[in-house]
Design a protein around this ligand. Structure first.
Ligand SMILES: C[S@@+](CC[C@H](N)C(=O)[O-])C[C@H]1O[C@@H](n2cnc3c(N)ncnc32)[C@H](O)[C@@H]1O
Length: 380
């Protein structure tokens, strides 16, 4: 089993390199309109934005920034296959332009655009970030009728192109079963409010520190990929940034295409490839260990479970979990400039639920929550 990962350093408003109807899932987070750190990036793509900013015309700035994104959403619609999903992480913005302070509802504006293009909306996810700083008082503090609530959530908009995806052949059905989630994961991942994923703590080279707060966490991309695609699918991120979606696709056994306008991000993305084998195998092992922990607890507190996973010999709650197989990574090769190939094991790790080896027993004592920790700085 192999997957291919392509990086394209170009403007995602024109994706002619990617054929129509060739992509299975979009996972992305655009630059957020009306967040100051992106003013320059948007202005480079439409100089009218700089002029509107200079005139203090907030509504016009907002409209023009979204026009830049609209062009990307149209390309996203074109390249997606029928029955496939797009998951877009976006936050709203509050901003004072001249004397006018207001909320710019980016999520509503983008959803509207997606519907106009032809997507169907599905229930979205509210990502309530665990804030690193305690609540700040905004506006008039303790005095009523002048304060406003703090913005501590973002959205993950979920839309679909066309009708429901079908899995027709026996191979497609088996691949879908092997790509399934554990029952206890499903209950958390398919909830419409996510509270257990922290904002990213990624360390980046100093020159890229502006992206520190903009990269989404590995867990977020990994979850979405595993919820809305199957192994072997092609995942596209048109706003790749530091390469989180590429890394999550590699860990998940999916192919990927990442598009990034700013070529200097190569320095952040390349180290992902050199660390991904160890990182992914650790991450997948932790995922299994979390399942083992859940099962041990469940067996102690309730009846024995009826089903067994064929690959790991561990009990599972439902028949749909019997074939789950987390493919470990064996190797990663650079095929040509900006194209990577990942080779996977098609067998489960040589340990199972009844006889976990010593290393796993020790690992079990560690926290089961792991986040993306590729150390970008050391890898330079
Ligand atoms: C919010 S960041 C994405 C962060 C990414 N999810 C991560 O985890 O690192 C948005 C990215 O979109 C890029 N970008 C902005 N406009 C673009 C365009 N027209 N085409 C391609 N990339 C663009 C920016 O350079 C930035 O890296």
């Amino acid at each position: 089993m192999k997957t291919i990962h392509t990086l394209l350093f170009q403007d995602a408003r024109d994706l002619k390199e990617i054929p129509s109807e060739s992509v299975d899932l979009i996972v992305t987070s655009p630059p957020y309109p009306m967040i100051e750190m992106w003013d320059e990036m948007f202005s480079r793509q439409n100089p009218g934005i700089q002029k509107a900013l200079a005139c203090g015309d907030g509504k016009q700035v907002y409209a023009l920034m979204h026009e830049v994104l609209d062009a990307v959403w149209r390309e996203v619609f074109r390249v997606l296959k029928d029955g496939r999903f797009a998951c877009i992480n976006i936050g709203d913005a509050t901003r004072k332009v001249q004397d006018d302070f207001c909320l710019y509802p980016n999520h509503a504006r983008i959803l509207n655009s997606l519907l106009n293009i032809g997507f169907s909306a599905l229930p979205d996810i509210l990502w309530r970030k665990q804030a690193n700083t305690p609540n700040k008082f905004m506006g008039s503090g303790m005095l009523p009728a002048g304060a406003y609530v703090t913005l501590e959530h973002e959205y993950i908009l979920i839309v679909r192109k066309g009708s429901k995806r079908e899995f027709k052949t026996e191979d497609e059905k088996q691949n879908r079963r092997e790509s399934a989630l554990f029952w206890e994961e499903r209950n958390i991942w398919y909830s419409d409010v996510w509270t257990d994923i922290k904002g990213t703590g990624q360390r980046l080279p100093k020159a890229m520190s502006r992206l520190r707060s903009a990269a989404f966490p590995f867990d977020l991309a990994y979850r979405l990929i595993n919820m809305y695609s199957v192994k072997g699918d092609v995942i596209l991120d048109p706003f790749l940034g530091t390469g989180t979606t590429t890394a999550a696709a590699m860990t998940s056994g999916r192919n990927s295409i990442g598009v990034e306008i700013d070529e200097s991000f190569q320095h952040a993305i390349r180290p992902v490839a050199s660390h991904i084998v160890d990182f992914s195998n650790d991450y997948l092992q932790d995922r299994l260990l979390r399942h083992f922990g859940f099962i041990e607890n469940r067996i102690q507190t309730s009846k024995p479970l009826k089903y067994t996973n064929r690959h790991y010999g561990c009990p599972v709650v439902t028949s749909q979990e019997q074939f789950i197989l987390l493919n470990g990574l064996k190797d990663v090769h650079t095929r040509e400039n900006n194209i990577f190939e990942v080779v996977y094991s098609t067998k489960p790790q040589a340990w199972n639920f009844d006889q976990p080896p010593e290393t796993l027993v020790r690992k079990k004592e560690k926290s089961y929550t792991k986040s993306f920790q590729l150390n970008m700085v050391d890898a330079q």
